[in-house]
Design a protein around this ligand. Structure first.
Ligand SMILES: [Zn+2]
Length: 396
């Protein structure tokens, strides 16, 4: 059961523990739940992918929240999202009397069948040794179990494939910022002080030069007409110009230095392509992709990378979109339409992207103009409208 202290103070651990009986095999599993505030996500991508995840405790920095979101039974691999309904599944009448009787016998058979995807996924799961790869396996298990239902949720399957795309994306481009070392922080601070001092001095010089500069009517005078004072001014101006050139030179080198510091910082945060976790040896396979390829031989709905995950997400979001022609679901339809547009844009299907962006813009405009029907989230409609316009413009 969900721990009531989950939202309590962080203290020194970011997790609470709880146990939950597997509805399929009866095993009582111990799970961890992330405490509220254990990490923050500072940004969100245009396909709603959370970015820049920062954990309160630096030693957790490599943990992914999905590891705790997807609950997998240790014994039979049955996987479901840690949503309220599942945490209280015994009280969920619809689940116990309608869904479980269909899902349970199929899952029990498939989790023991060496030729079935569920056994193959479950037996290759290894959260402690391979957390990133296990995220993909857990998502594939959740999809496989969802598909065992009489009436699988297209929305859930679409979302799991989208989450999978985000996991693949994070492998390529880690979304967490590089841990700034005290040394690079101190260097940055000093460089900033240098730049500021330099700007101060050159500003003062510019003002001095302006004051000294001869008025335009004096410019045309012959050299012989110059007074002693004028000559002094000219000398001064020349000196100022030389000093300014020195400042420009200093500025140039400070810029170079700043680049070097930035590069050093980046090289620490960047995952080298050779170091991509998915191309490292995985159990008995040369790498994780090799395992996925093997699974894909019998099950076409396995994604090998971000693009394939997005394409599969699109298949299910489009199915889900068809089912949203219901009064009161206008905002949901606009949001799903936007997402289909954005995912299509990302996989390079520009005509579909334009078609869905246009739908989303029109739908949100209609909602925002309708003053009688205010039974929707106005801020959300405005946000979707703005995002759809912005991402449509990227296609041109
Ligand atoms: Zn189980």
């Amino acid at each position: 059961m969900a721990d009531k202290n989950s939202f309590g103070p962080l203290k020194d651990v970011p997790f609470t523990f709880f146990s939950l009986e597997c509805p399929v095999c009866g095993q009582v599993n111990e799970y961890k739940k992330i405490k509220s505030g254990a990490f923050v996500e500072a940004k969100i991508d245009t396909d709603f992918c959370p970015q820049e995840r920062i954990w309160t405790f630096p030693e957790n920095q490599n943990l992914h929240p999905y590891l705790f979101l997807l609950l997998t039974c240790e014994k039979c691999f049955f996987t479901r999202e840690a949503e309220g309904e599942f945490l209280e599944w015994k009280k969920d009448e619809n689940f116990t009397s309608q869904i479980l009787p269909v899902q349970k016998p199929k899952h029990l058979q498939f989790c023991r069948d060496k030729n079935h995807l569920i056994f193959q996924l479950g037996s290759n799961l290894d959260v402690s040794q391979y957390p990133q790869q296990s995220l993909i396996i857990k998502l594939l298990l959740a999809i496989a179990d969802e598909k065992l239902k009489d009436d699988p949720s297209d929305f859930k399957i679409a979302r799991y494939f989208l989450m999978m795309a985000w996991v693949f994306r994070e492998q390529e481009r880690p979304s967490y910022p590089a841990a700034a070392t005290p040394k690079s922080n101190s260097l940055n601070k000093q460089l900033k002080a240098f730049f500021e001092a330099q700007q101060n001095y050159s500003g003062q010089l510019r003002r001095l030069k302006k004051e000294l500069e001869p008025k335009s009517n004096k410019m045309g005078r012959a050299l012989s007409d110059l007074t002693e004072q004028d000559e002094l001014k000219i000398k001064c101006l020349k000196w100022i110009e030389e000093t300014q050139a020195t400042f420009d030179f200093l500025n140039h080198w400070l810029g170079k230095l700043e680049n070097l510091v930035a590069q050093e910082k980046q090289s620490k945060s960047k995952i080298n392509p050779q170091e991509n976790t998915f191309s490292k040896k995985y159990k008995n396979y040369p790498n994780f992709t090799a395992l996925l390829k093997k699974l894909k031989e019998n099950q076409p709905e396995i994604a090998l990378n971000e693009k394939e995950s997005l394409e599969l997400a699109l298949v299910y979001y489009k199915k889900n979109f068809q089912g949203l022609d219901i009064l009161g679901k206008e905002i949901q339809k606009a949001q799903t339409g936007y997402l289909i547009g954005e995912l299509s844009r990302r996989v390079g299907d520009h005509s579909t992207a334009l078609q869905f962006f246009d739908f989303s813009i029109k739908q949100t405009q209609e909602l925002l103009q309708d003053e009688i029907n205010v039974d929707y989230n106005v801020a959300l409609a405005q946000k979707i409208n703005q995002l759809a316009q912005q991402q449509k413009n990227l296609i041109g």
